[in-house]
Design a protein around this ligand. Structure first.
Ligand SMILES: [Zn+2]
Length: 141
């Protein structure tokens, strides 16, 4: 029986308001507990526990899409850099469905990976709206 974790449910919700990007294999949306404003999470549509279980094609696709979204977030929100990270059974992994964190970074931001606060839902919707618009502009340009 297939597992139905929180991320499986989010991946299946067609047209969920906060999606920033989606294709046949992956879905991206703002992190519910952002380390910095603009922090995104990219997940495979398939329920895969962590990076250890990702096949090469999907892992490559996640990094490629993640890097593109990272560049977009940095540009759109004015960050000098980003981090891409997957936690595997580490203290930072709370949901056991592989997810790539796309974290916008500033020098000296001293992020606390252990307990980021939950974001305001309106803020997340605004982050998603802004990035969807930037992506659309990028495609059109
Ligand atoms: Zn899942």
């Amino acid at each position: 029986m297939p597992q139905r974790c929180l991320f499986c449910r989010l991946a299946d919700q067609e047209g969920a308001a906060n999606r920033v990007y989606e294709d046949e294999h992956v879905v991206a949306f703002p992190a519910l507990h952002p380390l910095n404003p603009g922090h995104l999470v990219l997940i495979p549509r398939a329920h895969i526990r962590n990076a250890y279980a990702l096949n090469k094609d999907l892992a490559g696709h996640m990094i490629a899409v993640g890097a593109r979204l990272a560049a977009l977030v940095a540009r759109e929100f004015g960050y000098p850099g980003t981090s891409l990270a997957i936690n595997n059974e580490a203290p930072g992994q709370r949901i056991f469905h592989a997810h790539l964190h796309i974290i916008p970074r500033r020098p000296g931001d001293r992020l606390d990976l252990s307990s980021p606060p939950e974001a305001d839902r309106n803020e997340l919707a605004e982050v998603a709206r802004r990035l969807r618009q930037a992506l659309a502009a990028e495609r059109a340009g």
